[in-house]
Design a protein around this ligand. Structure first.
Ligand SMILES: Nc1ncnc2c1ncn2[C@@H]1O[C@H](COP(=O)(O)OP(=O)(O)OP(=O)(O)O)[C@@H](O)[C@H]1O
Length: 258
């Protein structure tokens, strides 16, 4: 599925009566985009993603193409939206492969259209593409934190949602796996989908994102191209940290904190 732009206007999100994200309006995000959400701890980044996935309360407008996301319950969004949570649940007695097959089969559209052999093939291809073939038959509960995070990414991406929501997907990953995950996210976007990813590493955002949203105390403080938005002044205001930008390869700046 492709060709679906994401639009948020007057979008608020929270838990019951407690509003965390207030009145966010973003420039429409075109298919093919990788959008990074950054901001300090507690700014509301996870809440915004969860609300898009139907896992937190929301008001205002959130559209993906012609679909009004907020009029659908979480299960009704499953064919459109895939959400990778910040923490990977423990106690799942499945192998990596079984969990990825399960993720394919659990999608409402797949239940009707996909046979087991096809689901298994799709799972195997995804694990291979992510460099996870070696751990495919390992039990999830015996993986390292980083391996579980990669497995969680595989479970989310295998369903090929039009909007992929990733909440700090690189937090437990080593340098190589960070790069592999971001490459996969970039390729996923380049295939005509939208990826929205929460990142704490501002240099990953500068390196990989087309667009940046900066959340601060529940408000959208800035949005636009990462290199334009992430000025030392903004970083000082939002994070309270002095920094400077240096010229990196390919004309991309990177941020240095002394
Ligand atoms: N289930 C919940 N019920 C009530 N309040 C919650 C819930 N989850 C989070 N919050 C509150 O929402 C606020 C924002 O949290 P959120 O996890 O969205 O921030 P974040 O920007 O993703 O932070 P971090 O970078 O630390 O992960 C916090 O004050 C938090 O206590």
């Amino acid at each position: 599925m492709s060709g679906l732009a994401l639009e948020l206007s007057g979008f608020s999100a929270g838990y019951g009566r407690r509003r965390i994200v207030e009145d966010a309006t973003i420039e429409p995000v075109r298919p093919g985009s990788l959008l990074a959400l950054v901001g300090p701890n507690g700014a509301g980044k996870s809440t915004l993603l969860k609300a898009l996935a139907g896992l937190a309360d929301a008001s205002g407008t959130a559209r993906l193409g012609t679909a009004d996301l907020l009029s659908r319950a979480a299960r009704g969004r499953e064919n459109l939206v895939g959400f990778m949570p910040q923490t990977v649940p423990r106690g799942v007695r499945l192998s990596v492969f079984e969990s990825v097959v399960g993720a394919v089969k659990a999608a409402p559209i797949a239940r009707e259209a996909l046979g087991l052999a096809e689901a298994e093939q799709r799972a195997a291809e995804t694990l291979e593409a992510l460099g996870l073939a070696e751990i495919a038959h390992a039990p999830l509960d015996r993986l390292s934190g980083g391996q579980r995070q990669m497995a969680s990414f595989a479970q989310t991406v295998v369903r090929a949602p039009a909007l992929l929501l990733l909440d700090e997907p690189t937090s437990a990953l080593d340098l190589r796996h960070q790069r592999e995950l971001m490459l996969a996210a970039r390729a996923f976007a380049d295939a005509g989908r939208i990826v929205a990813v929460v990142l704490h590493d501002l240099n990953l955002a500068l390196r990989w994102a087309d667009r940046l949203l900066v959340l601060h105390r529940g408000r959208l403080r800035a949005q636009g191209p990462p290199a334009t938005v992430l000025t030392p002044d903004l970083v000082a205001e939002v994070y309270g940290v002095a920094s400077r930008l240096e010229a990196g390869s390919g004309g991309r700046p990177y941020l240095v904190v002394d």
